[in-house]
Design a binder for this molecule. Structure first.
Ligand code: TXA
Ligand code: MG
Length: 346
């Protein structure tokens, strides 16, 4: 099976273009589509067989549950059993957007989707193609990130193509994902909201609306994860990721020292901020096989949106070692560093 690719302009969506994808989804097939965070591998969330197909195609462990995507707030009650005041505040402030809420699930949500848990993760994406696809299909869509399990998530249709060409019937190409890191997963089943996975909506933004917001123990070192997905190897390129930390000049020196002591035949990738790349000098840049510019350190959102693309670029260039620059862990930096540390820990 050759995967069909449909290119859709997010600013000019004709529902007729989505009809083929919607029909495949209604028939229980898996379709890849863009969201504002990363591309998703979607299936009818209320069809257990269709959702099992997602796990098979992705090579995903069965106990790692899927996020259910909705387009209209009235649909939330089809999948969740309780809607606390905190959820209402999240809806009013952050939906549609990169925030996923974990809440008690309705019986109609298959165990395949929830990984056997009594809760379900639900989100309303802001990407116009994702919203239109859910509406035209007429079903909530379960969708994990559209990458082979363990690989960096896809922020371009091309990334999805690399992982799944020939394995799914259809891919909707809607361009580059603007957030570029996955949604924040927020557990609202207890009295205090708990971030299970940092993402596109920051802890500071959540605290501004909800008051106290905790980080799951799994996000602190040496602890067991609660979001089942967080315990698996994740976001990892083929090359070995080495983190660059410390002050600007320390980072520059680390890169220069690495490249100066480069062994014959070893290929180096560099994923770094504009300022670091500029400071390195051409002589050192010439020694790296792949240099990926994350943009200015003054714009952490842009750097975050480009991280996965940078890791994938280094793989394309067959880098054995990927030198990747850290950023401070406030704001979007918490999600950036969460993904980068996982990419570095194999
Ligand atoms: O931005 C996103 O969230 C993207 C796009 C496609 O929407 N999706 C995504 O899905 O990142 P996935 O499957 O790659 O990650 C879902 C995360 C996993 O860590 C999973 O364990 C957690 O959400 N999760 C799902 N259901 C859960 C539940 N009931 N309780 C706790 N964690 C849950
Ligand atoms: Mg994922």
């Amino acid at each position: 099976m050759e995967t069909k690719k449909i290119v859709i302009n997010p600013n000019d969506i004709q529902d007729s273009l989505l009809e083929e994808a919607a029909e495949l989804l209604r028939r229980g097939k898996v379709v890849a589509f863009p969201t504002e965070t990363v591309y998703g591998l979607g299936a009818d969330a209320l069809n257990a067989d269709a959702c099992r197909e997602i796990f098979a195609v992705k090579g995903r462990p069965a106990d790692n549950p899927l996020i259910v995507h909705i387009a209209d707030i009235t649909d939330v009650h089809r999948v969740v059993r309780q809607w606390p005041q905190q959820a209402q505040l999240c809806f009013e402030n952050f939906w549609p957007g990169p925030l996923t809420l974990v809440l008690p699930k309705q019986a109609i949500v298959p165990d395949t989707v929830s990984g056997g848990l009594d809760t379900v993760a639900v989100r309303m994406p802001s990407h116009p193609i994702a919203l239109a696809l859910i509406r035209v299909t007429g079903r909530p869509l379960a969708a994990p990130s559209a990458n082979i399990s363990g690989k960096p998530s896809p922020t371009e249709a091309e990334h999805v193509w690399q992982d799944f060409n020939g394995r799914i019937p259809l891919l909707i190409d809607g361009g580059t994902c603007s957030v570029g890191l996955e949604s924040t997963v927020l557990d609202l089943t207890g009295p205090i909201p708990v971030i299970l996975r940092p993402g596109g909506v920051t802890r500071e933004q959540l605290a501004g609306v909800l008051g106290r917001v905790e980080l799951d123990k799994a996000l602190r070192p040496e602890q067991q994860p609660k979001a089942p997905g967080m315990k698996y190897r994740h976001y990892a390129p083929e090359g070995q990721v080495v983190l660059l930390n410390g002050s600007h000049s320390e980072k520059v020196r680390q890169v220069q020292a690495r490249l100066d002591s480069k062994r014959d035949g070893c290929r180096y990738g560099l994923v770094a901020m504009q300022e670091t790349i500029t400071a390195l000098g051409q002589e050192h840049l010439d020694k790296a096989e792949a240099v990926f510019n994350l943009g200015s350190a003054q714009n952490p959102e842009e750097a975050a949106s480009r991280l996965f693309a940078g890791l994938r670029y280094c793989d394309e260039q067959k880098a054995d070692i990927i030198l990747a620059e850290e950023m401070p862990i406030d704001g979007i930096g918490l999600a950036f560093m969460n993904r980068l540390r996982k990419a570095a820990s194999k």
